[in-house]
Ligand binder design. Structure first.
Ligand code: ZN
Length: 387
């Protein structure tokens, strides 16, 4: 009896890895599923058979996105079927709330963004997020009763057991459990994670890290954080706080950080900090968009500041890379597209990581820009309702 139920649990877990992979990467062949899940060919074939008979997946020849086709017949692919209703993704940053409503295979139907100072009062930001979900549903032609699940991210680590925020990084959110709070406001299941973790999942599934299995996603925005993927899986750590790259200490006597420590990397590198550093030298009010444009134009001051910021990030990343040996660093967040930032990271990794580690590593900007987190939140919601 116990044996049967543990076998069933195993099959359930394996079915879930297949549907999660399909949710993240779109239609795939059975051979791709074998490679992507690490399950045997026989197991994949049997589980796909189950999922087809229950209507969760369908066979198709449509890859859902352009691909370099060879000659001959297109291969038969497996895709998640598109059940009725939708899911939502909610990305809460330090300075914004972004919401996307998608169908159940991840096609975004409506998206809303608002600039909100979320740090001081979690309840107000969550009220706003719930309103935006309702508005996006309406724009997508869906009702609240059509919504199956919400994935959300917050710019702070969530305790792995309680899913609550324990740190002082978000002062107005201390001891809040964001998933439960949004669930109370919407009445549907809400799954919460850290922002950089979901950004990493989105770039892994649909962006610059497709096909990679060991990577570090670095989000450079209002804060600084990392999502670590090892062996194709997100590494959350013992209590859920892995990847706090922004709180690596770089100056023992430095500025006091919002985490309570001193001289954290984030006190040197964050969008507000870099804006404040640059603004006195410019006559026009600077914004992140303006800084990125000036970087492209070769503006000396902007290049210097972004390149120095990249070096500081790269110095901390070099140690992480020496320990983890990733093949890829994906730079995301609102500043992720900056050429000078990327070059600074590369230069510091080359200088401070051991040569073989640096040689094995590629540094790229994310494909999904500052939408990565909301795309990852949608994928999280789909993965949790697919089976
Ligand atoms: Zn800190």
């Amino acid at each position: 009896m116990a044996m049967t139920s543990s076998l069933e649990r195993l099959r359930d877990t394996n079915r879930r890895s297949i549907t999660s992979l399909l949710a993240a990467e779109g239609p795939m062949s059975r051979a791709d599923l074998v490679r992507g899940t690490g399950l045997s060919r026989t197991t994949v074939s049997s589980l796909v058979g189950d999922l087809i008979s229950t209507g969760h997946v369908v066979e198709t020849t449509d890859r859902g996105r352009p691909h370099k086709g060879g000659s001959g017949r297109p291969p038969l692919l497996v895709a998640l079927s598109t059940p009725a209703g939708g899911v939502a993704g909610v990305d809460i940053g330090h300075g914004h709330v972004r919401v996307a409503v998608a169908d159940r295979v991840g096609t975004v139907l409506a998206e809303e963004t608002a600039e909100v100072d979320v740090d001081e009062d979690g309840a107000v930001a969550l009220d706003r997020a719930a309103r935006m979900v309702r508005q996006a549903l309406q724009a997508a032609g869906l009702e609240l009763s059509d919504l199956h699940a919400v994935g959300m991210c917050v710019p702070a680590p969530l305790d792995r057991r309680s899913a609550s925020i324990r740190t002082g990084i978000l002062p107005g959110w201390r001891e809040l459990t964001p998933g439960d709070e949004l669930h109370r406001r919407l009445g549907v299941p809400v799954f919460a994670d850290n922002d950089a973790n979901l950004g990493a999942l989105a770039e892994l599934g649909q962006g610059a890290a497709r096909g990679s299995s060991d990577l570090v996603y670095v989000k450079v925005a209002s804060g600084l954080g990392a999502g670590i993927v090892l062996g194709g899986r997100l590494h959350r750590g013992a209590s859920g706080i892995a990847g706090e790259l922004g709180h690596v200490q770089v100056d023992e006597d430095g500025q006091v950080c919002r985490c309570g420590n001193r001289g954290c990397l984030e006190t040197l590198v964050s969008a507000p900090r870099l804006l404040a550093l640059l603004q006195p030298a410019y006559d026009v009010p600077l914004s992140i968009e303006r800084i990125l444009a000036l970087d492209d134009d070769g503006d000396a001051g902007v290049r210097r500041v972004l390149s120095d910021a990249g070096r500081a990030v790269g110095r901390a990343l070099a140690d992480l890379c020496n320990n983890l040996n990733p093949e890829l660093v994906v730079v995301g967040g609102s500043l992720g597209a900056s050429t000078s930032l990327g070059e600074g990271i590369r230069a510091a990794v080359d200088r401070f990581a051991q040569p073989d580690t640096a040689a094995a590593l590629t540094v790229v900007s994310g494909d999904l820009g500052d939408r990565a987190e909301v795309v990852g939140a949608v994928s999280l919601a789909i993965a949790r309702v697919s089976v």
